[in-house]
Ligand binder design. Structure first.
Ligand SMILES: O=C(O)C(=O)C[C@]1(C(=O)O)C=C[C@@H](O)C=C1
Length: 268
């Protein structure tokens, strides 16, 4: 089984469908991204799908932070096209927009232009569900066309995100103790690195390892370590190195901590 943020109709479900088609797994829904991580903590059979980053808004920070809290590994990656619609009853009467905070941020200018209030909720699908249940013309949701279809509400405007070509990257994850097997070859890896000391050149020396090993980096992101202000951990994604163990050994000589989050296949 694969669990993801629900209810039915969320973008997370779209991503989960890509993996479920490939791995022949049933999809179940959770109330939050936190609950997806939490469910994997004790269930070594369950897979999970979580959003990682968006092309407009950047990192889904809750997901990044939970990788440090829970014993999970990444086993797959997929990019999903995100086309937000305004769904509700009557565009003239709208006063408040409901959606997931990421979706609200991706449509920030559009919402601001109309002067609408915003109400962040657990997911785009949950927003559509509330708009349907409350039957209040002053409310509208931002979500996918499928959300409107599921609840029989109107699509008032399509493609309302501030930039076109909007995509969100999702990870397929499981417990670190799960013996997940697939014949899909890993093509990327993610690690979290803590530097030894804040001193000139420390980060440069770390990056040097990727240069002399000719390994292509695909993302570097810093997040507060949550220990002290100005102290960071670095999330690094890179294209698979033939000698990943050698790469990790070299990095460990130059960092105080290198946590492997997984080497995984990518669906294009
Ligand atoms: O609300 C949803 O439908 C989700 O699956 C969550 C989520 C996210 O957290 O990024 C997924 C894709 C979009 O970027 C907006 C919201």
């Amino acid at each position: 089984m694969i669990c993801c943020l629900g209810p039915k109709g969320s973008y997370s479900e779209k991503a989960a469908q890509k993996f479920s088609g490939l791995l022949n797994q049933e999809i179940i829904f959770k109330k939050s991204i936190y609950d997806v991580f939490k469910s994997l903590e004790t269930d070594f059979e369950l897979l999970g799908v979580v959003p990682s980053e968006n092309s407009i808004e950047g990192s889904v920070t809750i997901t990044q932070d939970l990788f440090l809290e829970f014993p999970v590994k990444i086993i797959g990656e997929v990019d999903i096209e995100i086309n937000h619609s305004l769904i509700g009853y009557n565009i003239e009467k709208i006063r408040e927009i409901l959606s997931h905070p990421q979706a609200l941020a991706q449509c920030g200018r559009y919402i601001y232009k109309h002067g609408w209030k915003v109400r962040p909720v657990e997911s785009t699908a949950k927003a559509a569900k509330i708009v349907f249940e409350e039957k209040n013309e002053e409310l509208a949701a931002i979500g996918s066309i499928e959300n409107a279809r599921i609840y029989g509400i109107k699509v008032l405007e399509e493609n309302v995100q501030d930039y076109q070509n909007n995509k969100t990257r999702f990870f397929l994850i499981c417990n670190k103790n799960m013996n997940f097997k697939t014949n899909l070859m890993p093509s990327k890896s993610t690690i979290i690195v803590e530097l030894k000391k804040n001193r000139p050149g420390a980060f440069y020396e770390l990056l040097e390892v990727f240069k002399y090993r000719n390994v292509n980096l695909t993302r570097i992101e810093s997040r507060p370590s949550k220990k002290e202000i100005g102290n960071y951990v670095f999330y690094i994604d890179y294209e698979q190195d033939d000698d990943n163990l050698g790469l990790l050994t070299d990095l460990r000589k130059r960092a105080s901590n290198v946590i492997e989050i997984g080497s995984y296949f990518v669906i294009r």
